[in-house]
Design a protein around this ligand. Structure first.
Ligand code: SF4
Length: 238
């Protein structure tokens, strides 16, 4: 953990740092970590009341929590994420699903739509390049268009998460599903989507759309270490 997070009376302590706690031994077993001065169960115990209020009074939170937990209990480890998504949507009573997909994953979107339709859903979808707006028209510098800095064709038309959200909002979808939107475009889409959003495929071309691989593999470890070294060198030069 960074040093400043451990210092008492430091404002940073206001934020929880559960990532540096062996939570399996503590909150997972029903207890706060008394050895950790910024355990939120100790420092922010007043939040518990607010949290419980939401679980008891917010109809969406109530239903979503219950359905998600039932899906977890029914299919844990055995069901693929697509089945989890289908069962969650069914449990929530969602009928119309929206797919916000990356043009590079159009085949995956098409197959997903076909499967969801077989399960009885009505499926709408919006491709990231819809509206064909040039990147330069939304203030992307020209040198960041056409060819990526890593040498791959990326085109002149912008990904358009704003249009994807507005189109699916107009279609009155009950749940929107992200299929491979770029990092950042997914944030914009989620920000504007009126329907709740879940991610089916998180795009990561370097790791066959399995972003967590960077945490498990030698490739991931060496990539991050090289990248940090390079950034350190650049910092020195500045
Ligand atoms: S809530 Fe407390 S006990 Fe649980 S992971 Fe966070 S710091 Fe650890």
């Amino acid at each position: 953990m960074p040093e400043d997070l451990e210092k008492p009376n430091n404002e940073v302590l206001l934020g929880p740092t559960c990532h540096s706690c062996n939570s399996i031994q503590f909150c997972t077993m029903g207890n706060p970590n008394t050895g950790k001065e910024n355990c939120p169960m100790i420092v922010n115990s007043e939040i518990e009341q607010e949290v419980m209020k939401l679980y008891k009074t917010d109809e969406f939170v109530k239903k979503s929590t219950s359905v998600a937990s039932i899906v977890e209990a029914q299919g844990y480890i055995h069901w693929p994420r697509l089945k989890d998504t289908i069962e969650y949507a069914k449990g929530m009573g969602f009928k119309r699903l929206g797919l916000a997909f990356c043009v590079g994953l159009r085949k995956e979107a098409s197959k997903t739509a076909e499967i969801l339709t077989k399960y009885g859903f009505e499926v709408c979808s919006a491709c990231c390049k819809t509206e064909s707006i040039k990147k330069t028209d939304v203030d992307v510098p020209k040198e960041f268009t056409m060819i990526s800095k890593t040498g791959y064709p990326i085109g002149i038309m912008t990904c358009n998460p704003v249009a994807q959200a507005l189109l699916l909002n107009k279609a009155k979808t009950d749940l929107n599903i992200i299929i491979g939107l770029c990092v950042g475009h997914d944030v914009t889409f989620t920000h504007l989507s009126k329907a709740p959003v879940t991610t089916f495929i998180a795009k990561d071309r370097s790791n066959p759309h399995n972003p967590a691989a960077v945490l498990y593999t030698h490739y991931g470890e060496s990539f991050i270490s090289r990248d940090l070294k390079m950034l350190q060198k650049e910092k020195k030069r500045i």
